[in-house]
Design a protein around this ligand. Structure first.
Ligand code: HEM
Length: 263
């Protein structure tokens, strides 16, 4: 559009120069007006064409989205400002709850949102009561920080946030007990184990991060972050106690290695 505008202005200027001398109040001749209009015509058409194509594409996207998703014209995306629960949480500001306070938000009180925590961060999961409400498929996650169970999958024994030692589930089990090793072999085994532990810890972090991503607006944005579990002084927080054994299910999933494989 810009080059043709320039051209039409140039024509008008050229015509004015040929017709000179003329007073500044004199209207442009009909010939020069015609040239300007002819030049603007195609560019205006071009813009209208673009708008038509855009409108067509938007309409196509809306139709496809509606038929594919079954209920959404925006492919399931809903901006935060269209979600009342989010606006309410935003107006309220971040929550800082102790573990005891968090336990009240387990879905049993219909006046409270359903909350759960992953790695000390609290998320609102009220949008899925069929998962997190009472009797829901994953209702045991609500009202607590059960990060350990999110990693191990042991929903009966690991509903807590203690990640100490959990990396062992990604480390191979040493099946070489009783075998004799030289000093050099023992040193190498120790180094290998340390390396393996570092990698296993990364895997735990990745797994936890995956859940955090899901609860922090991932998937279709129905869950969102609302605050932190407060474990400061005076919160009644006494730590996780003794380091726990890896639960049965997580132990069973560990890869085993014989003395030959380890060495
Ligand atoms: C570490 C182990 C596991 C954890 C922590 C876990 C956790 C979860 C969570 C939190 C959800 C709800 C997702 C949401 O809010 O949208 C979910 C959904 C689901 N899980 Fe699991 N799960 C695990 C293992 C399994 C296994 C082994 C199975 C199958 C045998 C399974 C089957 C399902 C199914 C069918 C859904 C519903 C999926 C959907 O409708 O989108 N889960 N899981």
């Amino acid at each position: 559009m810009a080059p043709s505008n320039l051209r039409s202005r140039a024509n008008v200027t050229a015509n004015n120069q040929h017709d000179s001398p003329k007073s500044s109040t004199e209207k442009p001749s009909s010939a020069s007006k015609l040239t300007a209009d002819e030049d603007e015509g195609p560019s205006r058409l071009f813009v209208v064409d673009i708008l038509r194509v855009l409108a067509g594409l938007i309409l196509l996207s809306i139709t496809l989205s509606y038929f594919i998703t079954g209920n959404s014209i925006t492919w399931g995306y809903r901006p935060a400002f269209t979600r009342p629960a989010r606006i309410k949480a935003w107006l309220r500001g971040p929550l800082n709850l102790t573990d005891a306070q968090l336990s009240l938000y387990n879905g049993t009180d219909p006046n409270l949102p359903i909350l759960l925590a992953v790695n000390g961060t609290i998320y609102d999961v009220s949008a899925a009561p069929h998962y997190y409400g009472p009797g829901g498929m994953y209702g045991f996650f609500s009202g607590r920080d059960a990060t350990r169970a999110f990693v191990t999958g042991c929903f009966d024994t690991d509903l807590n946030g203690d990640l100490r030692g959990v990396e062992e589930m990604f480390m191979s089990e040493d099946l070489s007990s009783g075998a004799e090793f030289t000093r050099e072999e023992k040193r190498e085994r120790k180094l290998r184990k340390e390396r393996e532990r570092r990698l296993a810890k990364k895997q735990v972090e990745e797994t936890v991060r995956g859940w955090e991503r899901m609860f922090d607006g991932g998937k279709d944005g129905k869950y969102f972050k609302v605050g932190k579990v407060w474990r400061g002084e005076g919160s009644g927080w006494e730590g996780w106690g003794e380091v726990k054994e890896l639960c049965e299910k997580a132990r069973a999933g560990r890869p085993g290695r014989t003395a030959e494989e380890v060495a």
